[in-house]
Design a protein around this ligand. Structure first.
Ligand code: GUN
Ligand code: FE
Length: 451
């Protein structure tokens, strides 16, 4: 169980994004958290002035204050905008398989095991603890199709203190008999039951909230998509997630199944599932028209560079275009679709993939910068999840979801070695490009320590 706090104070270095391109490094900041929120952020306080500043803020001058030493700093918690919870144990397997073969031979047999609540309880405890350990303070999860297991996933996030969007996966076709919803009515009834349960679990959606999760159009038919769209229209604040233009095989099969639509943007939009509340995973192959619709409808992109480049085909989403157009972009691990559940790894792979794309196009301007990748991992992801005004940066009034980073060898990690002349910019870069979860020494969600 996460521990509750009433007040928390840090002095030292904070790093966060101010725009997709710019980060801000505050080296002598004093930040005060009360209950879940940041109540004060003094940008430059000399260590000798800490007691006096605390007094000015109405706190006792002796209030315990964590002093961050050189090599230590705070960053906003990582946000995983696309994560298949039941695929936690299958990460890295089935490489090289085309999407439909991978689903049928690796993924569906694995996800089917979540019919057992005991299995779900055991695996989801490991999953949520594992993601928290890696600094993922918010995740947008696809559950399996099972109502019971998906409730267990939401309960686990709540009890371990992870902020999460949790969805029961809807799928009635193009999946084996042993792993698909019986029919559309059953698929929608299990969804409604899950939504009703979520209203009792976390009524104000303070930490955990439901998200509508049609797996992708291939696994749904018109009636099911219309049913989910009707729930989205009724529940005005509810988020929606699915997969979008993610593989050549998937795009072609979707066209065959829905010949009345020329593209996936029109398909999802016609069912009320393509709007500012939608998180679209992958977004590798949209055409110019669809990119225009993504911008117009304010859809968010879950960029999953690890799975995009190590699944059945090598795909590079046009992230430079999305960022330049002001389309919301966050990062996703995709869990089993990739090999890593680390957002740090996703940051690196976002750079590598954009470099590959730049080389293929002979155009260096499409490359994504490290600042942009960090933005996607934090504030960009927050916006994609509909939480841009709540988390993602350090600002008074926002909730304190943060990671304490230690880049020194004392953590037991030899991944980052500092030299005396290293500037804070260099230390930050070393962490993002060479660090690992051993450098993430504390994880806070809503001001509570949850690692
Ligand atoms: N498309 C439909 N289901 C899935 C899934 O589980 N993972 C990925 N990467 N793509 C999908
Ligand atoms: Fe996925």
């Amino acid at each position: 169980m996460a521990s509750a706090i009433t007040s928390l104070v840090f002095h030292g270095t904070l790093v966060h994004s101010t725009t997709p391109q710019e980060i801000e490094i505050l080296t002598d900041a004093l930040i005060v958290i009360s209950d879940s929120k940041i109540v004060s952020l003094s940008r430059s306080v000399a260590p000798s002035s800490i007691p006096q500043t605390l007094t000015t803020l109405g706190l006792a001058p002796t209030t315990p204050c964590t002093l961050l030493k050189r090599g230590e700093f705070l960053i906003p918690g990582f946000i995983d905008t696309h994560n298949h919870a039941p695929q936690w144990t299958q990460r890295g397997t089935g490489r090289g398989l085309q999407i439909m073969d991978w689903l049928n031979t690796v993924t569906f047999p694995n996800e089917a095991k979540y019919a057992s609540p005991a299995h779900a309880r055991r695996m989801y405890a490991s999953l949520v603890a594992g993601f928290l350990k890696q600094g993922v303070t918010t995740a947008s999860y696809y559950g399996s199709l099972h109502g019971e297991a998906t409730k267990i996933l939401a309960e686990t996030c709540l009890s371990k203190g992870q902020r999460a969007l949790v969805g029961k996966c809807n799928m009635v076709r193009h999946a084996p008999d042993y792993y698909r919803d019986g029919d559309n009515a059953e698929s929608l009834a299990v969804t409604e039951d899950f939504l009703a349960y979520m209203k009792t679990l976390d009524p104000e959606c303070k930490l955990v909230q439901p998200i509508l999760t049609p797996r992708f159009a291939i696994c749904c038919d018109e009636e099911l998509l219309a049913g989910i769209g009707a729930i989205a229209a009724r529940e005005s604040g509810m988020m929606i997630q699915t997969h979008f233009d993610e593989a050549v095989q998937e795009v072609e099969l979707t066209r065959e199944l829905f010949p009345q639509f020329g593209n996936e943007a029109d398909l999802y939009e016609s069912f009320g599932l393509f709007n500012e509340r939608t998180i679209m995973a992958h977004c590798i192959y949209p055409n110019d028209y669809e990119i225009g619709r993504m911008k117009e409808c304010d859809v968010g992109v879950a960029h999953c560079p690890v799975s995009n480049t190590t699944g059945g085909e090598w795909g590079a989403a046009p992230i430079r275009r999305y960022l330049d157009l002001g389309i919301k972009v966050g990062l996703g691990t995709d869990s089993g679709g990739g090999f890593s559940s680390s957002i740090i790894e996703a940051i690196r792979q976002a750079l590598i993939t954009s470099n590959g794309l730049a080389t293929m196009k002979g155009d260096k301007s499409v490359m994504v910068t490290l600042n942009e990748a960090f933005y996607m991992a934090t504030l960009g992801g927050a916006k994609v999840c509909g939480m841009g005004d709540k988390i993602g940066t350090f600002a008074v009034g926002k909730e304190f979801d943060a990671l304490k980073i230690n880049t020194l060898e004392e953590t037991g990690s030899a991944s980052t070695i500092l030299e005396d002349e290293d500037t804070m910019e260099v230390i930050f870069e070393k962490f993002l490009m060479a660090g690992d979860d051993r450098n993430i020494v504390e994880v806070y969600v809503q001001g509570r320590s949850v690692k």
